[in-house]
Design a protein around this ligand. Sequence first.
Ligand SMILES: NC(=O)c1ccc[n+]([C@@H]2O[C@H](COP(=O)([O-])OP(=O)(O)OC[C@H]3O[C@@H](n4cnc5c(N)ncnc54)[C@H](O)[C@@H]3O)[C@@H](O)[C@H]2O)c1
Length: 341
Amino acid sequence: MNLFITGGAGFIGCNSADYFLKQGHTVTIFDNLSRPGATNNLNWLQLRHDDPEKLQFVEGDVRDYDALSRAIDGSEAVLHLAGQVAVTTSVIKPRNDFEVNALGTFNVLEAVRNYCPNAPLINASTNKVYGGMTQIEIVDKGDQYAYADYPFGVPETAPLDFHSPYGCSKGAADQYTIDYARIYGLNTLTFRQSCIYGQRQFGVEDQGWVAHFVIAAVKNRPITIFGDGKQVRDVLHINDLVRAYDLGFQKADQLTGEAFNIGGGADNTLAIWTEFGTLLEELCGHEIEVHKGDWRPGDQRVFVSDIRKAQNMLGWQPTIAPKEGITKLYEWVSNNPHLFD
Ligand SMILES: NC(=O)c1ccc[n+]([C@@H]2O[C@H](COP(=O)([O-])OP(=O)(O)OC[C@H]3O[C@@H](n4cnc5c(N)ncnc54)[C@H](O)[C@@H]3O)[C@@H](O)[C@H]2O)c1
């Protein structure tokens, strides 16, 4: 198939492009290269797939509907990843966040409707659409928090509750994606992704925290932990996510208009410092300097997504446990330290 990837030079985008190119598909990347690391990811991809017939790059912005329409025309599948990705940045620049995430996704949907209406579209949404989840009881298990109920995590039927400009813009994009299947009959899916980590992730403090911690450990830099470090998240390795996209495209016509939680689920969780810190110190062989910061507004004690719907309907499940995946990421950063100077 002829796959169009917005944000294809980003962390998830370049890994997805690499995977689908290896499967024999052709890929067009549409990216404005605004994210630090994006140019490096693109160069890496072009070196690995040195065939302009197979891999094309269009420098463009999803806010520019005309440029997007020209580039998307004739595509056979669309993976929409371009986005403003940090909650903190969304608070500082809410209009920019709205324009990139909400208007940008609307433009992608309109471009698909007008120029390639049969193409399945997967939208990269976020578990942030479920908001603060303050109604859910949390228990303190000593070295980490846990849900009192919800042994499988939070399902897609949980109420949507958008917090922060990022939550609102991604939430709007998520709902527009579903509605374009309902109203216009487009073949769309929305994947509510948990924390994704892996090779080629240029993580920073406010986005991509797993990679950010690994980079700090390799480069012997201090890490700031906000709160007590007992917060728990489900984490998913990039290779498992990309397989979910593949299955999503294969099954899109039976699943059109569906939302799926795509994360590590209850079996792949990490307490952000009490567990992750120990693993990192084991990997780097020395103690890591830790600074303590206050809880940040909206920081959840626990977020774990219930992924049983994706297991049942997509036939997908994670295969890479956090320890294995983080060890791989650690090796990649250790072998490429110059990328993080
Ligand atoms: N990484 C995660 O843990 C995670 C979790 C949930 C959801 N997501 C979503 O997945 C998507 C991809 O995330 P990522 O981690 O690969 O982020 P990333 O920042 O590495 O990639 C985003 C890409 O989009 C590009 N981009 C940004 N604004 C653009 C614009 N206006 N027009 C065109 N391109 C633009 C950037 O240059 C970058 O290459 C995002 O939509 C993000 O919200 C990611």
